[in-house]
Ligand binder design. Structure first.
Ligand SMILES: Nc1ncnc2c1ncn2[C@@H]1O[C@H](COP(=O)(O)OP(=O)(O)O)[C@@H](O)[C@H]1O
Ligand SMILES: O=c1ccn([C@@H]2O[C@H](COP(=O)(O)OP(=O)(O)O)[C@@H](O)[C@H]2O)c(=O)[nH]1
Length: 238
């Protein structure tokens, strides 16, 4: 039997990944596939916390770019992550695993509000936790929300499922000669200004000694493979 590398992980899922080919919103087929991989990890005995992004619905910076109020735009973005989280919770439950949404912004009619103590109780009760609304503050991102929750929940690793299969020497979508790194330190990501994750999130992971693994969310089975130490990815550690 393959040994698992981690006991408790924080999975960050790109909001844009949830829209599939649609260009906006949520594609239930994609949510179901990703939920299936989360449930598989849960059945392997791993405690999984999930932070979902909101880029498939709203980004505060786009509002600001159009002359709107950035703070309001960011709250709209956070509400987008709540929509994604609710969709993810119901897909996970439909596949037979217990799940709960904990939001950084209180929306009691829809979900519970995050506190570290409650979250630890939910892990002890063997539930998958979907963390919504990022950090709860404007001018942050869900990557920072993921690093924050990973630190608070004492996760063994932060796994970032994104559009590309790792960290490259340059943005692989813009530079066809970019090469993928197998391993990097947090400090190297920051000093080389590699943009795959925002600097605040990388710095928080570095300060709390949390390894970050970047992998492609489009590669079926990649999440469970990373948990087994297999597949294409970049490990940021040390
Ligand atoms: N050095 C790099 N290595 C890998 N990806 C990079 C790099 N620089 C920029 N990127 C881009 O960063 C994107 C992932 O960041 P982001 O859009 O914030 O993802 P997410 O929506 O998953 O949070 C990738 O789609 C990739 O095009
Ligand atoms: O702590 C947070 C997390 C998210 N957001 C807002 O929510 C949007 C969606 O999150 P993000 O861009 O991180 O989503 P992803 O790129 O992962 O899909 C962001 O653009 C911000 O406007 C925010 O203001 N504070």
């Amino acid at each position: 039997m393959t040994e698992l590398k981690y006991r408790r992980v924080l999975l960050k899922l790109s909001g844009e990944a949830l829209m599939g080919d649609r260009g906006f919103g949520i594609d239930p087929k994609v949510v179901d596939r990703l939920a299936g991989e989360i449930v598989e990890a849960h059945r392997l005995g791993i405690q999984v916390g999930v932070v979902v992004g909101g880029g498939n619905i709203f980004r505060g910076v786009s509002v600001a770019a159009d002359g709107g109020d950035r703070t309001t735009g960011d709250y709209l973005g956070m509400l987008g992550t709540v929509m994604n989280a609710l969709a993810m919770r119901s897909a996970i439950e439909r596949l037979g695993a217990p799940a709960v949404v904990l939001s950084a912004i209180a929306i009691p009619a829809l979900c519970e509000t995050f506190t570290q103590r409650e979250a630890l109780r939910h892990f002890a009760a063997n539930k998958v936790i979907v963390f919504a609304a990022g950090t709860g503050n404007p001018f942050f991102t869900t990557d920072s929300g993921a690093a924050l929750r990973a630190a608070e929940m004492d996760c063994d690793a932060l796994l970032k499922g994104t559009q590309v299969d790792g960290v490259y020497t340059a943005d692989p979508k813009k530079d066809p000669t970019a090469r993928r790194y197998e391993r990097l330190t947090h400090q190297e990501v920051l000093s080389r200004n590699l943009q795959v994750m925002d600097a605040a999130a990388i710095a928080l992971a570095r300060d709390n000694k949390i390894p970050v693994v970047v992998f492609s969310v489009h590669e079926h089975g990649a999440f469970v493979n990373v948990l087994k130490g297999k597949g294409l990815c970049t490990v940021i550690d040390g």
